[in-house]
Structure formats: structure tokens, C-alpha cells
Design a protein around this ligand. Structure first.
Ligand code: GDG
Length: 727
């Protein structure tokens, strides 16, 4: 299979130098494995600078040939507004909870849209059906949606490398931006996050911003299913640990250490970024020396900062503040023969980075917020007996609780953690590290990518079967055999009419009435409405039509041209008063919700409640009622923003069977929610069953909206009228 990886940056920059950072390092090792299985890979991304138009063709050919990369060309101004602008002045700070650093600008968002569009065009040029497209990170939130519009059946995953924030933070972004971002993401078959918490925050955000619910992490939106889940990214454990054990590594480690052999090494390695908490770490080291003077001249702090986003002004001022702080600590504590901080403002090749890890006694990873943090993991599998001090705000802390976890805002706790780690007995360090290393070995970067692949495949397969169910209302497959009578059963809300905020507002509109009149004027056509509505509502709106009306999911039936309603089922109704009190308690608790009482059922509506509070209460209610419902004369069913408690033995499926004549007929059934699934399930096989809307269904076909039901009715009328006219 061919994999098209898409990320903002390519693993090699425009000048052929390798990119630094978690994404590039992590993915490179997975790709060698993927290729070794005989698969092909193309990596699409921005080369990091604008390439003049006349050189683009030659450059593309060269990059593809040498590195298997496909450049996306962005004009310098667009790249600047997109990357330095919306990506790094809006999304990056917001998603890392640095809300004061955020700028919200229509101009940069427009560039973000344009850049995503450029990426979509580049992918579209090389995409072939059967490829797996894997989009990475926050620069490309809109890309899955754009690609899904071009290729409805595309097989596509998205992985977010940074944290997804809580809804309260995410909502700070203007609605016109955030809605597009969420919709763009939902073009994916799978959206992966580093941790369970980020996944939960995303799902809650979907509910709060777009009113979209999920079923155990699966979201149905615009006739498409998207799976979400936590896939903590691993590292190439073997690569690091094998090299760390090698003779070559030991030699380099010794030579680096030659002049400081007796000093215990404290190390930190980060891209220079305000989220990484570098200044705070320096302050904590300062405090550590102040409070533990016996460690002066006995330790050294190797501070590795890899230059990053050097043209963003806030990064430049942060760099100055760090330089000053290093200078100040070295000035205060340093002597002619001892410097407390060895400051390295540059990246090291892998062959030197691992020996640095190996020489380390205390590894400080103290970001304010970090999606995962791979440095912590790389250190663990490379060290000899070094202790990890890890921020609890790094995604990695969920997997590495045996480290010393610290709050990065708490200087005192970091300083104490340094002392605890530097003085910790070797055996204890090794015991703790062994547990963590075992865990890391069981979830390498290869396992991580494979899991993502398989989960995406599963979601994409389901989506494909969804697509095959979707059908045009004008399709010939939905036309009857004109020699047989026609029996059509419609659900009402969500099928004949769209949902409204209050049930009494969802009334039949003139076009629907007109269509019914025409249908009924034709020979051999019978219509039934089987609804959860009560008798009065159906009587008021459809009482004059010669059709079957079935109210309250089958409790009451009024045949065509008959004045009286009769009961299709017998009821004891003993359970009702007790459950009514219970539902009323929920109504009091959840503003905007209300309870509807019918003859054979009770319905709790939460469409107008706060989506989060409504959904939580509905879950609680379902849970409680399901526990008492067995042998209690009622059963509970979840509908569209309602919970219905109904007399046992009733239901639309049974009701439909009772009113259907035993003749050989064309049977059509239309419905939109869980209560209609009863009908789809119980109908004889030749019946044509159509689900309106998203979510899984037993129906044979799917329409997008009630509007398509009306189109189908009109098409049927035309067809039958045409047949009648032919001599
Ligand atoms: C983002 C998220 C998430 C660093 N210095 C050198 C060097 N590195 C390599 C490390 C490591 C990577 O860069 C840094 O990865 P991190 O995970 O620590 O951080 P970000 O770059 O911010 O990455 C992060 C990650 O994406 C993956 O999803 O974990 O939370 O922010 O692999 O080894 N490599 C070499 N020399 C260096 O000097 N060779």
C-alpha cells in the first residue's frame, strides 16, 4: 500500500538539512519499517522557504528522487501569515494554554485556509484510490475536510501532536475559525491524540461547539463516521538502546565527560519554545543550588536548546531572557574552575545526543504543557542510571508515573525533585526505570503507527458501507412494481419534517400536505404515519386524510376513514407515576428540559438544554432506568435528544406488523431514529427500508434529510402518474 504522509515541514528542509522536532524524528523511524515491508511512501510538506516559480519543477523532481518528498510551494507572504501567523501566534499558544500570547486575525486565518487549500491541491495531484493519507498536526486542521470533498471515499487519518485544550480554552477562538477547524477535522476517518484527556476534550468541544454527540468515541457527521482515540506516540526503542549500549557510544560519552568526570550531570534538551518552561527550570536550578550548597561544584547542568521559530519576535525575547539568566547563575555560583551551566544553543547529531543522555544523572523535562514529549522517552531507554524529573503537564506523564512528577509552576517542587533525583540510590532508579522501559518497549513508534493504520482501516470500511447505503431519492431502485399495491410507512419527526427546538413547532408544511393529497388520489396507495407523537397531534394535522395513524409508537391506531382510535396493545400503566416523578426530578435539575406525558409512555426532552448538561443527565437517566426496567412493565429507549420510557411490548416494529395487510405489496418504510430501527428489523425482507440521517442502521438505504423524503414522494407521484397515462 502507498502511504502519503502530509505534514507542514518535510523531514529534510529546502537545503537538505534534517528537520528537528518530535514529528520528524518519530516518523522517520516508522517509515523505514513501513518501507521494509515493501510499501511505498510519499511525504508531502512545505520545504520551509519560498522557491522561485521557475525553479519549482526542477526542485520537485530532485526532492522526490532523493528523499521521496513532494514539496508544497507557498509564496513567502502566505507562508509567513500561515506559519508564523495563524499556526504559531494563534493555535500553538492557545492549545498550550498560553492565552495571553494569542492573536486572532482574519488575515492570518485566511492564509491558513489558503495554505491548507494548497496542500489539498498538491495531495490531489498524486492521490490514487487505495492510498492511505495520513495528515499530521495543527497546521493542517482543514485538510481532511478539503480532501474528503474532492475524494468522498478517501482513506485518511489525522494525528495531533500537540495537546487538544479543554472546551473553555478552545472556545476563546472566534466561532468562524473554530467551526471550520472542527468540520475540517471531521473529514478524517480517524483522529488520533496522544492521551485520553485530549480525546475527551475534543469530544466535549464537538458537543459544545457543534452539538455533535459521540457513541464511545465515534462521531457521525454529514453522513460520515469519524473514530477518535488516544494513541500515545512511542519512540524507536531499539535504535536508542542499541546505540546507547554500543562501544562507540561509550567512547563518545567518555570523551564528552573527560573534563567533568566527578560532576553529576543534570540535563535538559528542548526545542527553544516558551511552552517548554526553560526559564522556570533555570530558576528552579538556581533555587536548588541556593538550598543545597553541598551540591555546588559537585554537579553541572547541561542545557541544550535547539533553535526554533527564530523569526518570531516573542521567541527572540525569550532567548534573551534565558541568556541573561544563564549568565546570572554562572556569574553568581561559578568559579574559575567550575561553571554550573553548560549552555548549548544548537542541535546535536543523534550520535552525540545519546551519549549525553547516557552520561546523565538527572534529566529535567519540565514543560508547562507538552503534547507528549519524546525526549523523556528517549532518555529513559538510553540512560545508565539516570533519574527522570517530568512535568505532570506533559502527555508523557500519563505513561511514566514512576518518574518524579512535578508541577512546572512550582519552583520549590522542581528544586526538591532535583535533590531527590540526584541523591536517589542507584537501585531505586533502576527499579523505577525498568518498569517504564518495559512499557515503552511494548509501545514503540512502529506499534503506534500500526494501531493508527488498523483503526483507520476499520473506520474507513464502515464509511464505505455507509456510502453504499446512501442513495439518491430519484433512484430507480426506490420505485415500486406498479402492478402491486403500495404501502408506505413514514415516521414523523426527523423523517417527514425536520426537527424544531420545540415539538409543537414541527408541523406539516404546505408542500408535504400537497404531496400527500396527490399520492392519495392515486390508485392502490396506502399511507401510514407511525410516530411517537400523541393522538391529538396526529389527529389535528392528519385527521382529515384517509391514512393509518399510529400514535405513541404503536399504542394507538386509527385506520383510514374511521373516526375512533383503538389500542393496539393493552397496558397496565402501573409504572408511570413512579417514573414520572423520577423524570420530573431531572427536569428540575436541567434547565431547558421538560417531560412529556403520553398514554403509554413518558418522554424526557433535552434538545433545548445546555448540550453538555443535557447529555450527562441523559446518560445518568438511561443508566438508572435501565437498571430498574427489567420486569417493571416498561422499557427505555434513547431517541434524538430524548429519552422515552415506554410500556413493555409496544413499539413501532410490532405496530407496523399489526397494520400491514398480508398481501403481496410494495412496502416502503422511512424513519430516522432508534425507535424506527424496530420497524426496519421486523419488516418482511422485500420491504424497502430507508434511514434518514447519520448513525448506524439496519435499513437498506439512507437519505440525508427529510427534504430527500419529499423528493422521493414527488418522484413516486410522477412515476405513478406516468404509468397511469400510458395506454
Ligand atoms: C511535538 C510536540 C510531541 C531535540 N534536540 C535534538 C534532537 N531533538 C529531537 C529529540 C526528539 C524531538 O527532537 C523533540 O521532540 P519532543 O517530543 O520533545 O518535542 P516537539 O519538537 O515540541 O514535538 C511534542 C512531539 O511533537 C511528537 O508528537 O511529543 O509534545 O510538541 O525526538 O530527539 N535530535 C537530535 N539532536 C538534537 O539536538 N538529533
Amino acid at each position: 500500500m502507498r502511504l502519503i504522509l502530509v505534514s507542514n515541514r518535510l523531514p529534510v528542509q529546502w537545503d537538505g538539512t534534517p528537520s528537528v522536532g518530535g514529528l520528524a524524528t518519530g516518523l522517520s523511524s516508522f517509515l523505514s519499517h513501513w518501507k521494509s515491508l515493501g510499501n511505498e511512501v510519499l511525504w508531502v510538506g512545505w520545504p520551509g522557504k519560498s522557491i522561485p516559480e521557475k525553479e519549482q519543477k526542477k526542485y520537485s523532481e530532485q526532492m522526490e528522487k532523493e528523499y521521496g518528498t513532494i514539496p508544497v510551494f507557498l509564496k513567502q507572504k502566505l507562508a509567513d501569515f500561515f506559519y508564523n501567523g495563524f499556526c504559531n501566534k494563534t493555535i500553538w499558544p492557545l492549545f498550550h494554554y498560553f492565552t495571553a500570547h494569542c492573536e486572532y486575525s482574519d488575515l492570518t486565518f485566511q492564509s491558513y485556509e489558503e495554505a491548507n487549500e494548497e496542500f489539498a491541491q498538491t495531495v490531489a495531484k498524486i492521490y490514487q484510490p487505495g492510498d492511505w493519507v495520513w495528515v499530521h498536526d495543527y497546521h493542517l486542521f482543514l485538510l481532511p475536510g478539503l480532501l474528503r470533498n474532492i475524494f468522498p471515499n478517501i482513506f485518511i487519518s489525522f494525528f495531533l501532536h500537540i495537546p487538544f485544550p479543554t472546551f473553555e480554552i478552545f472556545r476563546l477562538m472566534p466561532e468562524r475559525f473554530r467551526t471550520k477547524i472542527l468540520n475540517g477535522l471531521l473529514g478524517s476517518d480517524l483522529i488520533g491524540f496522544h492521551t485520553q484527556s485530549y480525546t475527551q476534550y475534543f469530544l466535549r468541544t464537538l458537543l459544545r461547539c457543534l452539538g455533535i454527540e459521540n457513541e464511545r468515541g465515534v462521531v457521525y457527521h454529514q453522513n460520515h463516521l469519524t473514530k477518535t482515540g488516544a494513541f500515545p506516540m512511542g519512540i524507536n526503542v531499539e535504535q536508542f538502546s542499541n546505540y546507547a549500549k554500543s562501544k562507540e557510544c561509550a567512547e563518545i560519552a567518555n570523551s564528552i565527560n573527560r573534563n567533568h568526570k566527578d560532576l553529576k550531570q543534570i540535563l535538559s534538551v528542548d526545542r527553544l519554545d516558551y511552552t517548554k518552561g526553560v526559564l522556570q527550570r533555570l530558576n528552579a536550578f538556581d533555587l536548588f543550588l541556593k538550598e543545597n550548597p553541598h551540591w555546588i561544584r559537585k554537579c553541572k547542568f547541561v542545557l541544550v536548546l535547539v533553535p526554533s521559530r527564530t523569526d518570531v519576535s516573542s521567541y527572540q525575547s525569550m532567548k534573551r531572557a534565558i541568556d541573561e539568566k544563564v549568565g546570572s547563575i554562572n556569574g553568581i555560583y561559578g568559579t574559575l574552575d567550575w561553571t554550573p551551566i553548560l549552555y548549548q544553543y544548537k542541535g546535536f547529531p543523534f550520535e552525540e545526543l545519546v551519549p549525553l543522555y547516557k552520561n546523565t544523572h538527572v534529566m529535567l523535562v519540565t514543560p508547562f504543557r507538552d503534547g507528549m514529549n519524546l525526549v523523556a522517552k528517549e532518555f529513559l531507554v538510553s540512560q545508565d542510571s539516570g533519574m527522570l524529573v517530568l512535568s505532570e503537564m506533559a502527555g508523557a506523564s500519563a505513561e511514566l508515573p514512576e518518574a518524579i512528577l512535578v508541577n512546572p509552576n512550582d519552583l520549590k517542587s522542581i528544586s526538591e525533585a532535583i535533590r531527590e533525583a540526584i541523591e536517589m540510590p542507584k537501585e531505586e532508579i533502576q527499579n523505577r526505570n525498568q518498569i517504564m522501559i518495559k512499557r515503552l518497549s511494548e509501545n514503540s513508534v512502529k506499534d503506534w503507527a500500526e494501531k493508527i493504520f488498523h483503526e483507520t482501516e476499520e473506520a474507513a470500511t464502515k464509511n464505505l458501507s455507509f456510502q453504499t447505503k446512501s442513495i439518491s431519492p430519484n433512484s430507480e431502485q426506490l420505485l415500486p412494481n406498479a402492478n402491486k399495491p403500495i404501502f408506505i410507512i413514514f415516521d414523523y419527526d426527523g423523517t417527514l419534517v425536520p426537527f424544531q427546538s420545540l415539538p409543537h413547532l414541527a408541523i406539516p408544511y404546505p408542500e408535504l400536505i400537497e404531496n400527500f393529497k396527490k399520492l392519495l388520489s392515486l390508485k392502490n396507495v396506502t399511507i401510514a404515519i407511525i410516530s411517537g407523537r400523541d393522538r391529538t397531534f396526529l389527529e389535528n394535522h392528519f385527521g382529515d386524510f384517509p391514512i393509518h395513524l399510529v400514535a405513541e409508537h404503536g399504542a394507538w391506531h386509527k385506520p383510514p376513514n374511521i373516526q375512533n382510535w383503538n389500542s393496539l396493545f393493552t397496558s397496565s400503566g402501573e409504572w408511570k407515576s413512579q417514573i414520572l416523578n423520577h423524570l420530573n426530578e431531572f427536569t428540575k435539575r436541567v434547565p431547558g428540559s421538560f417531560t412529556e406525558e403520553k398514554d403509554f409512555s413518558l418522554v424526557w426532552h433535552f434538545r433545548n438544554a445546555d448540550p453538555d448538561i443535557g447529555l450527562n443527565a441523559a446518560r445518568e437517566m438511561l443508566d438508572e432506568l435501565s437498571q430498574v426496567s427489567s420486569n417493571s412493565g416498561f422499557f427505555v429507549q434513547r431517541g434524538n435528544k430524548i429519552i422515552e420510557v415506554r410500556e413493555y411490548g409496544t413499539g413501532k416494529g410490532k405496530a407496523a406488523l399489526k397494520i400491514l395487510p398480508n398481501d403481496d405489496m410494495n412496502i416502503f418504510i422511512f424513519g430516522d431514529d432508534a425507535t424506527d430501527e424496530d420497524m426496519f428489523r421486523e419488516m418482511p425482507e422485500p420491504a424497502i427500508t430507508v434511514k434518514i440521517g447519520k448513525s448506524e442502521t439496519m435499513a437498506k438505504y439512507r437519505f440525508k434529510s427529510p427534504n430527500e423524503v419529499q423528493i422521493w414522494i414527488k418522484n413516486l407521484i410522477n412515476y405513478l402518474e406516468g404509468k397511469n397515462e400510458t395506454p
